[in-house]
Design a protein around this ligand. Structure first.
Ligand code: FDA
Length: 406
């Protein structure tokens, strides 16, 4: 149905992404008349591109500790009331085959299209009206003095009215997919603070000599422990044309800002000095580059010797290193002094950190403390998950909380 002037419903949801669709189907199931207004030509574009096309739709280990927010307690209530198992239940009802990849991360066996179809089918069953290719020109709030004023949206397809407005317009990541700062602007207009935003779960870039030293290693991958500002992640690191990426780097990028000390341990789980001493005792005639090349990719081991270890000791036999020299090697291996210059930014970031300040929202309903009837859910809120299905779980949980409350 196309909206016409004065078209009224119970709830308008801005944004047909993960959070908006979950909110819509939850409110629709309660018998409410729900409209989703989506400016892109289809809903759920980020779901479609997620998890390499297989959508890492949740993480069975989800806990509040997996999220960044100025108020780490804010996400607790919604996450506790809509758990990964609630979403898995829906996935199983729709007979979508899935598997666990690692660390509780659940992916579709076939395609993320099935998750979008499931959400749209649930919305259809609940009589939700979804308007795609519909842009919002103005949002008015007619405060009629009652506790619930009316929201009036002028869109490219007519005017819509409702007593409840849910903002689910997402963050700034991947502008080519329809991401906008719309939700942040709207929040400010209605008196909300918006905490500074920046790209998260994003590759780090190198510049100058650091980039020159790494550029031809593009494609090389190795396990590392990446640490910054008190947080550590052990997983793969991938060298790219512009810098470094891979799960360990994407994870730590959310905790890193230019100028911060990034620590990369190239022998995760090992004491590098003990390991070197053991190698020296076992294989005194072996060259350092051979020994390192057994635990690191060979080209990487060679480069490490050439440019990061004093005096390029690649061909020196292990027996020729004295203890202070082994200590020096261990120091570089455990704390590889690579300096990142920045991030690839919103163009490739999976998420946006910061956003609508949770101080202005109810943690159980996501309703604004300033404007009754106004709600913010999903990525637009200052709650950002780690890599691994946590961001969708926040979208489902916050969408569900608002869907029950509107
Ligand atoms: P989302 O961005 O999904 O939806 C917002 C919607 O609002 C969009 O459809 C947008 O077009 C619309 N919109 C914006 N402005 C509007 C306006 N002015 N008017 C109308 N509509 C408007 N997470 C995870 O848990 N597992 C994963 O596998 C991945 N993989 C992944 C891959 C890539 C490449 C990216 C970029 C991101 C991920 N993520 C992820 C993160 C995940 O996609 C993200 O956290 C959720 O989609 C956030 O859901 P929201 O509904 O809040 O925003």
């Amino acid at each position: 149905m196309t909206p016409t002037a004065g078209n009224t419903c119970d709830v308008i949801i801005i944004g047909g992404g993960a959070a908006g669709l979950m909110c819509a189907l939850t409110a629709g199931r309660r018998g409410l008349r729900v409209r989703v207004v989506e400016h892109a030509n289809r809903v759920g574009k980020k779901i479609l591109m997620s998890g390499g096309g297989r959508c890492n739709f949740t993480n069975t280990g989800t806990s509040p500790a997996n999220f960044l927010s100025a108020n780490p307690h804010f996400c607790k209530s919604a996450l506790a009331r809509y758990t990964p198992w609630h979403f898995i239940d829906m996935v199983e009802r729709h007979r979508i085959a899935y598997h666990e990849k690692e660390l509780g991360q659940l992916f579709c066996d076939v395609s993320s299209k099935l998750i979008v179809k499931m959400l749209v089918d649930e919305c259809t069953d609940a009589d939700v009206h979804i308007e795609t290719s519909c842009s919002i020109e103005q949002v008015h709030h007619d405060d009629d003095g009652s506790s619930h004023g009316n929201f009036r949206l002028k869109t490219t397809r007519g005017t819509l009215r409702a007593p409840k407005l849910v903002v689910a317009s997402g963050g700034l990541s991947i502008p080519s997919m329809g991401a906008t700062g719309f939700g942040y602007d709207l929040a400010r207009r209605f008196g909300h603070d918006v905490l500074p935003t920046r790209a998260g779960l994003v590759p780090l870039t190198l510049s100058g000599k650091h980039q020159e030293r790494m550029a031809d290693l593009s494609g090389v991958s190795l396990p590392v422990t990446a640490s910054c500002n008190g947080q550590s992640f052990s997983n793969a690191m991938l060298v790219t044309h512009r810098g470094i990426s891979g799960p360990a780097i994407l994870q730590i990028s959310s905790y890193w800002q230019p100028g911060d000390d990034l620590r990369l341990d190239l022998l995760p789980g090992e004491d590098a000095l003990e390991w070197l001493q053991h190698q020296q005792a076992e294989r005194p005639a072996a060259e350092l580059k051979t020994v390192l090349g057994e635990v690191l990719p060979k080209r990487f081991a060679q480069r490490l010797c050439e440019v990061w270890l004093p005096g390029n000791p690649a061909h020196r036999p292990m027996r020729q290193f004295n203890l202070p020299q082994l200590r020096e090697l261990a120091q570089v291996i455990e704390s590889w002094p690579l300096v990142a210059s920045g991030t690839e930014g919103y163009r490739t970031a999976e998420v946006t950190l910061g956003g609508v300040d949770t101080n202005g929202l109810s943690s159980s309903t996501m309703e604004s403390r300033h404007v009754p009837g106004l709600y913010f859910i999903g990525e637009v809120v200052d709650v950002t998950g780690w890599l691994g299905g946590y961001n969708f779980q926040w979208a489902w949980a916050s969408g569900h909380a608002a869907g029950l409350a509107v």
